[in-house]
Design a protein around this ligand. Sequence first.
Ligand SMILES: NC(=O)c1ccc[n+]([C@@H]2O[C@H](COP(=O)([O-])OP(=O)(O)OC[C@H]3O[C@@H](n4cnc5c(N)ncnc54)[C@H](OP(=O)(O)O)[C@@H]3O)[C@@H](O)[C@H]2O)c1
Length: 248
Amino acid sequence: MTANKVMFITGAAKRLGAFNAVFFHQAGWNIVLHYNQSAAPAVNLADKLNQQRPDSVKLVQGSFNSLLDIEQVGDDAVAAFGRLDCLLNNASAFYATPIGSIDEQDWTALVGSNMQAPLFLAQRCVHALKETQGNIINMVDIHALRPLQKHSLYCMAKAALVSMTYSLAQELAPLVRVNGIAPGAILWPETALGDEQKSEILKHIPLQQLGSEKDIAQGIEYLLNANYVTGQILAIDGGRSIASQGQL
Ligand SMILES: NC(=O)c1ccc[n+]([C@@H]2O[C@H](COP(=O)([O-])OP(=O)(O)OC[C@H]3O[C@@H](n4cnc5c(N)ncnc54)[C@H](OP(=O)(O)O)[C@@H]3O)[C@@H](O)[C@H]2O)c1
């Protein structure tokens, strides 16, 4: 019998990470489900999936605000099933940091989750990924290269993650493929957005609607199956990144 493939998803207790955990679990993958503060949703989700298929989901916990913790999470993830086929760098802090207000805590949270963790987790996981000829998939953002107002630190960290995708794709080939997904507006941020802001964003999306979690999962599925694709960022954004200059 062939062993199930293993996907390590960071920040997977809720929202896109949780959806991907369910989506790939249903497709037969075992999941290493990372969470930081969302213990209850993470445990509930893992229990639910383990009832469907015993011992198919393992939890790892840790903050990405410290390098030691990141490395421990990476080691725990590799040890969870003793193999690894995909590292999905999904965890992300996201909030505005207007210039003049940025402090070390913002730096630690935004750089830690969006840039530092993906790099050091990749480093911790690379040996296991080479053994399975696996994949690293980085969740970036269309705003990595096209700034979102008052989010310089988040955008800088995501831009570094785009750059890391290119660098590691080159360095880890031919054994490990490294790609990224750049979502546009899929789920509204947990920080409140007014109706006016939402309709302003929707106005500038050529396909004129939000994307769905399934659109993202299908993009990841495509990259996992695309054996001749590495070092690419797939925008899943309803055309927002090619909309006219000057718009949101
Ligand atoms: N949602 C969208 O429309 C959209 C648009 C563009 C890009 N993206 C990208 O797609 C990915 C998923 O988006 P999302 O909206 O589902 O993400 P999210 O809910 O904002 O964040 C996912 C998880 O990241 C974890 N996290 C945040 N800071 C952390 C830290 N310092 N250490 C460890 N974990 C931390 C949190 O885990 P705990 O709750 O367990 O603490 C959180 O639940 C992200 O990389 C995001 O940048 C999403």
